[in-house]
Design a protein. Structure first.
Length: 376
């Protein structure tokens, strides 16, 4: 198949990890006989420096042409002045990208790989069997509700407010994605809210109940966000699909990443109604390790696997990439995971480049005489 992929490396370790993910996509294309072409453009702080805006028009055009978008990360101390106007903040570029293309459903899978069982700061027996999927609403709620700053000096307002605003339709469409996803998994949805206090969250709960009625085969429960934060640590393996609004999903997904051992391992997909998607590792720009070859490319490479699955419909190829990552982690790891190798000298501590090589050289990504990768 032919696919056009937009690459937005962004800031910090973004360029290093998108480069790794691109190499994986190129190899998948070669091996399985697909024709992928790539177009790179600027986003975030890098775009502010070069074009004076975190989301240049040329980037939007490139994303419009693309079948899918692969993004590294945005942000860094250089651009983190909290009183800077919106157009000087890298994060504004990412939010605008989500809004422009209607990427309303953010999927963040968190799985504990047996090889990395010791990588969590929690007791290993607590995390056995953890395999959850956070479905975060991404274009509404507190991030996009009405906002105001009051006062003479716009850089130092005397009062400011944000609004947690949801319409029924916004909750309904993301809830449907969560319930559909549960059907392909363990048939459970935990919907997170704060319905005991917030009106928007009472609406959330009511709409989720309505959607749930269309999925009698999926068990669902409502969990208050404060309790959910606790349960994610005390009994994480009980969760299957976790459905949450924009802010709560943001917070809980960082919390859940701890279960997997390193933020550097986690991928995400942000999907629109059309099938176009934005794929990015959950880790940020990690400016402290940028340019050192220390970044873990796994989050970005697994994001590329999600791209193959969700935007291109290439399930076999996606699974082949995931298998290669799991296998490679048995023999090589980047520095963020060094502490958990427990002196096992079969595991090499490697840089970004060598980790990528390790993944590319796995049999599941190797050449086949039959068509298709993963068709072992
Ligand atoms: C995320 C990030 C973003 C968010 C920032 C960078 C705007 O934390 O994708 O989780 O808050 O959504
Ligand atoms: Mn976040």
């Amino acid at each position: 198949m032919k696919a056009h992929i937009a690459i937005l490396p962004g800031d910090g370790i973004g360029p290093e990890v998108t480069d790794a993910a691109r190499r994986v996509l190129e190899q998948v294309a070669t091996v399985a006989g697909h024709d992928f072409d790539f177009e790179t453009s600027a986003v975030g702080g890098e775009a502010i420096d070069r074009f004076d805006t975190p989301l240049p028009e040329a980037t939007v055009k490139s994303c419009t042409r693309a079948d899918a978008i692969l993004l590294g990360a945005v942000g860094g101390p250089r651009w983190s002045d909290p009183s800077a106007p919106e157009r000087r903040r890298p994060e504004a570029g990412l939010l605008e990208l989500r809004r422009t293309f209607g990427f309303f459903a953010n999927l963040r899978p968190v799985k504990v790989l047996p090889a990395l069982r010791d990588a969590t700061p929690l007791r290993p027996d607590r995390i056995d069997g953890v395999d959850l999927l956070i479905v975060r609403e991404l274009t509404g709620g507190l991030y996009f509700g009405p906002r105001r700053e009051e006062g003479e000096d716009p850089r130092q307002p005397k009062a400011a407010w944000d609004t947690m605003f949801y319409r029924e339709e916004e909750v309904e469409r993301v809830a449907r994605i969560a319930f559909e996803a549960a059907r392909g998994r363990r048939h459970k949805v935990a919907s997170i809210d704060k319905a005991n206090v917030l009106a928007s969250m009472r609406l959330w709960r009511r709409v989720v109940d309505r959607v749930a009625a269309d999925f009698p085969d999926v068990e669902h429960q409502h969990v208050l966000v404060d309790a959910a934060a606790m349960h994610l640590i005390t009994r994480p393996a009980d969760f299957d699909v976790v459905l949450a609004g924009n802010l709560f999903g943001d917070i809980l997904s960082d919390e859940a990443s701890v279960l997997a051992g390193s933020l550097g391992l986690l991928p995400s997909a942000s999907l629109s109604a059309t099938g176009k998607g934005l794929y990015e590792p959950v880790h940020g720009s990690a400016p402290d390790i940028a340019g050192q070859g220390a970044a873990n490319p796994v989050g970005a490479i697994l994001s590329a696997a999600m791209l193959l699955r969700h935007s291109l419909g290439l399930e076999q190829e996606a699974a082949a990439v995931e298998t290669a990552v799991e296998e490679a982690l048995g023999t090589a790891r980047t520095r963020d995971l060094a502490a958990v190798t427990n002196g096992d000298d079969r595991i090499r501590i490697v840089d970004t480049e060598a980790m990528t090589e390790e993944i590319l050289s796995q049999p599941s990504l190797g050449r086949r005489t039959t068509a298709g990768v993963g068709a072992v």
